[in-house]
Design a protein around this ligand. Structure first.
Ligand SMILES: *Cc1c(COP(=O)(O)O)cnc(C)c1O
Length: 426
């Protein structure tokens, strides 16, 4: 079979099943093209993408500005490794550091790698700056977290599917309840070996759990009081997804218009990935100020591909698009509209319990047992009706379209979603 032969959907699915490891359970749709908020399957059917590759495609599929930056750089210089300098990395590091208002950036490729990087920086800081005795540092994490799939990261997950039979696990993590300040205060007060607190500003994979108003700011204040690093995993919530540049963003020097009036929560270590590249290329990053980032020296950490010229060009273009097209503001406005439209439907709906979220990171909770297949069946029906979404844990469906959506498109999507949900009311 030649690479360029056009497959049917079933042929493509069969190939993946036979030759690919079964580490995902995809919706049975085979996509071959994307543009903006739309994707097309191999049979030519058009869909609204309501997952955006888990919020990696915030800028829309195949954004011309990002594709141009990527292809131009690919034709010029793709990879040098960090054994040598390249003429793109420094420009990108300056651009992104100023964009997010940090002193320095450490470039990696995937979200999980960036989380690992943040954990390493935090531990080294604990020993060399805070003065915790060697090998004693603890990092506080939250129950139902999702930070990626590496051995260390799954060590502090409480998702049994992600963890079981992958032990022995990495030590040095303490789990507390999410959105529980008392639990954080207790652990910080009872243990002097805490180096950092790793938190998602909204728990995305867990089902789009938005913490109480003020939780993040108060958690940060507790961290400051105890000289503990506040580490924000904004791999999914960052880059305008939640209607602000960052879900933790409160520093009003930055470009985010929706900052003012909200509590300032500046992370000590910021973790970005996914939409940092607009979905074009694996790009992730850790940002911190000098007193923290400077604990890392030559040989302490690295990645062959991290900081390569294509990644640098793509990330700069992706961030420019967010700013030029005002995507945070658009996500904010459309998110309000989406939840208000769905709430109107939910008032009389026997099938949906609630909608929650911020900006264009939202989820609906289906009125059925945790282990029922209703959410999956609704997603199958949504697919038939031209909209792609995926259940997260149990009976929850996440809705996260590209942020380049128009108001008319959003209202069209709401009508598809409501029409589909009504099919399940009987
Ligand atoms: C997706 C995600 C990650 C992991 O990113 P990968 O690129 O899949 O490794 C980490 N943290 C959060 C919050 C995520 O949503």
């Amino acid at each position: 079979m030649a690479v360029l032969d056009q497959l049917t959907s079933q042929q493509a699915i069969d190939l993946e099943n036979k030759y690919g490891a079964h580490n995902y359970h995809p919706l049975p749709v085979v996509l071959s093209r994307g543009e903006g908020v739309y994707v097309w399957d191999v049979e030519g059917k058009k869909y609204y993408d309501f997952l955006s590759a888990y919020s990696a495609v915030n800028q829309g599929h195949c954004h011309p500005k990002i594709v141009d930056a990527m292809t131009a750089q690919a034709k010029t210089l793709s990879l040098t490794s960090r054994a040598f300098y390249n003429d793109m990395l420094g420009k990108y590091e300056k651009y992104a550091s100023e964009y997010f208002n940090f002193d320095k950036l450490l470039p990696m490729n995937t979200g999980a790698e960036a989380v690992e990087t943040a954990l390493k920086i935090c531990r080294k800081w604990a020993y060399e700056v805070k003065g915790i005795a060697e090998n004693e540092a603890q990092i506080v994490v939250c129950e139902n977290n999702f930070h990626g799939r590496t051995t260390t990261i799954i060590s502090f997950s409480n998702d049994s599917v992600a963890r079981k039979n992958f032990g022995p696990y990495t030590a040095g993590f303490i789990k507390i309840e999410y959105d529980n300040l008392k639990a954080l205060e207790d652990v910080l007060e009872s243990n002097t070996n805490i180096a950092g607190f790793l938190v998602e500003p909204i728990q995305g994979e867990a089902g789009v759990y938005v913490p109480s108003e003020g939780y993040l700011a108060k958690a940060k204040a507790l961290c400051v009081k105890h000289n503990v690093l506040f580490i924000a995993d904004e791999v999914q919530t960052g880059i305008a997804r939640t209607g602000r540049l960052l879900a933790t963003c409160g520093n009003c020097d930055c470009i985010d218009k929706n900052c003012s009036g909200t509590p300032e929560v500046k992370a000590d270590i910021l973790i970005l990935g996914k939409a940092l590249s607009g979905g074009a290329y694996p790009v992730s990053a850790v940002l911190a100020n000098d007193p923290i980032m400077n604990v890392i020296g030559p040989g302490n950490h690295g990645s062959t591909f991290g900081g390569n010229p294509i990644a640098a060009a793509v990330a700069m273009a992706a961030l420019e698009v967010v700013r030029d097209e005002d995507l945070a503001e658009n996500a904010f406005q459309l998110g309000e509209l989406f939840r208000s439209e769905l709430n109107t439907y939910i008032e009389t709906s026997p099938i949906v319990n609630l909608v929650r979220g911020k900006g264009l990171l939202n989820a609906i909770v289906i009125n059925d047992d945790e282990d029922s297949d209703t959410a999956w069946n609704i997603c199958m029906a949504l697919k038939e009706n031209g909209l792609l979404a995926k259940p997260t844990h149990g009976n929850i469906i996440r809705f996260a379209p590209p942020l380049v959506m128009t108001k008319a498109q959003l209202l069209d999507c709401v009508s598809i979603i409501v029409k589909t949900l009504k099919q399940f009311e009987a």
